[in-house]
Design a binder for this molecule. Structure first.
Ligand code: IMP
Length: 511
């Protein structure tokens, strides 16, 4: 006979945090949001630590190149979707890794005999105002000089003259030598008041450029999630069908973490996939497994399969209809609380810490706060990021409002990519587990995330905590009744729906 659990399946919106003592000097801007991504043993720190507890969902409508770059710049991690051919996913990973790497390969280069007209056209097309001049016009040719838009006047000089006549010759170019550190390169830029520093090898060939604007940019994004070579970090989703081909290509492209993308990860397929990666690439690779909603699922993926982090959540996603279609899933709060308790017990028993991720169904900022208070090490969100400028979908106007399309990975639309693959893997889809929808456009990722994280930091201060670990250790939560939810809203006041309406009524006090 089936087992019926005694507890009810609960969701985040049924809980509230009780404030604890806030100590003097505790401030939202001083709170540390760092959190581990990869598993680690006691006394050691996580192999990869996120600077904020947020990752983006492995979804076509969410985690493309631009979004992954924008999120890594804020300190989180994007997981580039795997519902696409291996080559295109690899290319996306490459693009994130090569973005503003500190040392960048020059993509606009000319030769001495290039005309000023041609270099002007190149500068206009690429937006680059500093162009290296090499013997063969490539990014790795022998460096002969540098030409910038300050070396000639587009409307005064004869544009049929050559670059060689206007450039700063190599002998006068301040440059760095191969092996120089980024700090040393920035010091040279500072000392010589330059905007761009070419780096050359011992044969005088160009190998990279370092820009002052990248340094300034980095100062403005102190939380950026960078690897040891100062490249942005990026994660990649994988599946249990083609991992033998996909994983080597993604690792070669520089993916910092892998994550199985599946609505139900409590399977022997994920165990086999994880073990294959371990056998071929060792323990260093960070592998996420899931999704699970029980301690039993956690045990299997950790003890039998050997994953590094666990995603928790089935059926809660905003575009998800798994529970309706299959009767499978669990309230996100109940699932998270059970798995977090098992993670803590496992740590107690073995000294190994396995981070857990609350994935899907976070409908507002408060739920992010509750998920982290309940023990999630980080959260994964789809809808939240699909609404930003940087998500990979086009902006669409509906009834005068801006929207973006957002669809589940379990829709026919997402699964269609296989038809364009090799023709071998076409699977007939009998029913869908997700819907195809639209979400309102909310603007740049940095702006919305900033607000969410500020609310999180403020809540953490209410609980008297300086770090996420302290937050969940000190958190005391209470279940709320339907009536107390009503009480939590506004009551007996009249609200305008917008400032505009307020001004239109001319009640601003000045009219
Ligand atoms: P959201 O943040 O509520 O939009 O949920 C995103 C999460 O929903 C993803 O990270 C996945 O775990 C899950 N998901 C994505 N596509 C589907 C689908 O088609 N059906 C069910 N769940 C999905």
């Amino acid at each position: 006979m089936a087992t019926i659990l005694e507890d009810t399946s609960r969701t985040f919106s049924e809980y509230l945090l009780i404030p604890r003592l806030t100590r003097k000097g505790q401030r939202a801007d001083l709170v540390d949001l760092g959190t581990p991504l990869g598993s680690f043993a006691k006394q050691k720190t996580g192999r990869l630590k996120l600077n904020i507890p947020v990752v983006s969902a492995c979804m076509q409508a969410v985690s493309g190149t631009q979004l992954s770059i924008a999120l890594a710049r804020q300190g989180g991690l994007g997981f580039i979707f795997c519902s696409q051919p291996i080559e295109t996913q690899v290319e996306m990973v490459r693009q994130v890794k090569s973005h503003k790497a500190g040392f960048v390969q020059s993509d606009s280069n000319v030769q001495m005999n290039t005309t000023l007209a041609e270099v002007t056209e190149l500068m206009n097309r690429t937006g680059h105002s500093t162009v290296p001049v090499t013997d063969d016009g490539t990014a790795t040719g022998k460096l002969q000089g540098i030409i910038t838009d300050k070396d000639f006047w587009e409307f005064e000089d004869d544009l049929q003259r050559t670059v060689g006549e206007h450039m700063t010759p190599y002998s006068d170019v301040i440059h760095g030598n191969e092996g120089i550190s980024l700090r040393e390169a920035n010091e040279l830029l500072h000392q010589h008041k330059k905007d761009c520093l070419p780096i050359v090898n011992n044969k005088g060939c160009l190998i990279a450029l370092v820009f002052k604007k990248d340094y300034v940019d980095h100062q403005r994004h102190p939380m950026e999630l960078l690897d040891e070579s100062k490249r942005l970090c990026v994660g990649a989703a994988i599946n249990t069908h083609d991992y033998k081909e996909r994983v080597p290509a993604l690792l070669e492209a520089g993916a910092d973490a892998l994550c199985f993308d599946s609505s139900d990860g409590f399977t022997e397929y994920q165990m086999e996939g994880t073990q294959w990666i371990r056998e071929n690439f060792g323990e260093k690779i960070i592998i996420g497994g899931g999704n699970v909603v029980s301690a039993e699922g956690f045990d299997y993926l950790v003890e039998v399969a050997g994953v590094d982090f666990i995603k928790v959540g089935i059926g809660g996603g905003s575009i998800c209809i798994t529970r309706e279609q299959k009767g499978v899933g669990r309230g996100q709060a109940s699932a998270l609380l059970e798995v977090a308790a098992r993670r803590d017990a496992y740590f107690e028993k073995t000294g190994i810490y396995i981070p857990i991720c609350s994935d899907g169904g976070l409908a507002n900022d408060t739920q992010v706060v509750i998920a982290l208070a309940m023990g999630a090490d980080f959260v994964m969100m789809g809808r939240y990021f699909a609404m930003t400028n940087e998500s990979p979908t086009p902006k669409t106007t509906i009834n005068g409002q801006m929207y973006k399309p957002y669809w589940g990975e379990g829709t026919l639309r997402a699964q269609n990519w296989q038809r364009y693959d090799d023709g071998m893997s076409t699977r007939k889809m009998v029913f869908e587990e997700g819907v195809d929808a639209f979400v309102p456009l909310v603007g740049p990722l940095a702006d919305v995330l900033d607000t969410t994280l500020y609310k999180l930091r403020s809540s953490m201060v209410n609980i008297g905590s300086d770090s996420l670990l302290e937050f969940r250790d000190r958190a005391v939560l209470t279940l709320v009744s339907e009536q107390s939810v009503v009480e939590g809203g506004t009551s007996s006041v009249f609200q305008f729906t917008s400032n505009r309406e307020y001004e239109d009524k001319n009640w601003s006090g000045t009219g």
